[in-house]
Structure formats: C-alpha cells, structure tokens
Design a protein. Structure first.
Length: 258
C-alpha cells in the first residue's frame, strides 16, 4: 500500500524500497540501515517513527506487568531507535544529515491509562535530548529533532472519542497540519517540533504548576455518564479487542500476542 501510494504520487520506482521489519528484534536493527545503504549508496535522513502504542491501566491488566512483555515494548519503543541512531550517525555525518524521532506529549506528562507507553516516551526524550547535547559538544554535522506530538485526529481516533468527555479544542490537531509540520522540521531542523503547539505549552505548564493535574487527567479519560472517577469503565475500554482492532496501532501487542 505504501509503495503503491508513493508510485502514484510520481516517485520513481528505483527510489522506493520497502523493508518489512520487527523492531522488537533490536540486534538486527542494523540490517535496516545496511539495506538502505546498499540500495542508495548513502544516507541523508533518518526518520524513526515506529512505536507500540500500548494502552490500558497498568495495575488492572496483568499482561502489561509481565517482565518479558515490558522488555518487548521497551525494545520496540526505545532500544531499536537507539540502535538505528548508532548505526546511522557515521553515515549521516558524511552528508550533513538529519535525524527525526517521533515522540509524544505523553513523554512529557503522565497519563495513567498509558503508563507503559508514557514511560517509553519519557525514556526516549531523556536519551535523545542528551544525544542532541553530545552531537553539539562533538561538533557533529548531524542535527536531531524530537517530534512531540499530541492528539492527532485521524479517522480511526475520531471515531473512538465520543464515549469520553470532550477534549478541549486546543488539545486536538489535524493530520494534515501535523504532517506539514513534520515535513517542515526536516528542513528547518529544530531541536523540538511540537504539535499542536498550544497543547504542548498548556500541558507542560499544567504539569509543572497545577497541583490538581492528576485529577484533570482522570476526568479527561472518564467515560461519559459514569460515576466517581470511572476507573472500572476505563479498564473495560482498555481491554476491548474491538477497539484495538479498530485503532490498528496495538495489534500484536495485546494479551496473548506474540
């Protein structure tokens, strides 16, 4: 599907290579860079976008607590990104290249129904902002951008939102505008690309200065019409196979998936 779309948009066939890869196999991440170099002879950009977006309250879902599962998610969401950077940087330095890593505003604030996903994104931010400093300290020609993305209204996500309390207008962004912002970041190379920008400003300020931040997040995820804090209902939604299939992003990372 991706190949067909690229060709339909006029990309020459010789400029397209699709590599199917499981990034939970961290030790083989080098193969992605090697295959790219073999076909194109060099590397100008590394855009690292993959993630297992695991959701659900951690204490209520035993499979999230399994050590092997925890390690697998960190392999996909963190360790494979690090390995790609390690392998790509020497080649990017030859071409004044650029790296773009997709992170999330969930890597800057806590969200209880996505604690495992949040923890991997917090770790990603910690590592790659530190790597930014090191690249600057060694006067490397490689620049690095971290994309801090909020709620992007894809078709699938929009269909799932009605059961919750409404999100503030400032917290939501369009897929088209987000894509444009990411593409611009490839050219302008900022240290951080935040979208929606106002959401980043408000969430960061609230997390640092609002003593009631946790309660606000709890109410945000509380399904409509529920009493109390809605924890039971959030757990039920978090274990819904139909929801995981509709979203697509969690297939292969749910209970029983190998």
């Amino acid at each position: 599907k991706v190949r067909a779309e690229l060709l339909n948009r006029g990309t020459p066939d010789e400029n397209v290579m699709i590599i199917s890869f499981d990034f939970s196999d961290v030790s083989r991440s080098k193969e992605v860079v090697d295959q790219t170099l073999e076909k194109f002879g060099g590397l100008d950009y590394l855009v690292s976008n993959h993630a297992a977006m695991v959701t659900g309250p951690f204490l209520a879902l035993p499979y999230l607590q399994d050590p092997d599962y925890l390690e697998r998610i960190f392999r996909v969401n963190l360790f494979s990104h690090i390995q790609l950077a390690i392998q790509a940087i020497p080649h990017l330095e030859k071409n004044n290249g650029h790296i773009y890593f997709t992170s999330s505003l969930a890597g800057e604030i806590p969200v209880y129904r996505s604690s495992l996903y949040c923890s991997t994104k917090h770790a990603m931010n910690g590592f790659f902002y530190s790597l930014q400093q090191e690249l600057l300290a060694r006067e490397s020609s490689v620049s690095l951008t971290i994309g801090s993305l909020g709620l992007i209204l894809t078709k699938e996500r929009s269909e799932l939102l009605p059961y919750r309390h409404p999100y503030p207008v400032w917290s939501k962004g369009s897929l088209k505008e987000c894509s444009r912002g990411i593409m611009e970041a490839y050219i302008t190379r900022p240290q951080t690309m935040t979208y929606p920008r106002i959401a980043g400003m408000i969430y960061r300020a609230n997390w640092y200065f609002d003593p009631h931040f946790h309660e606000g997040i709890i109410q945000r995820f509380k399904p409509k019409g529920t009493k109390g804090k809605g924890y039971k209902e959030v757990v039920e939604k978090g274990t819904s196979v139909d929801q995981r299939i509709k979203m697509g992003y969690q297939l292969g990372y749910g209970p029983g998936d190998k």
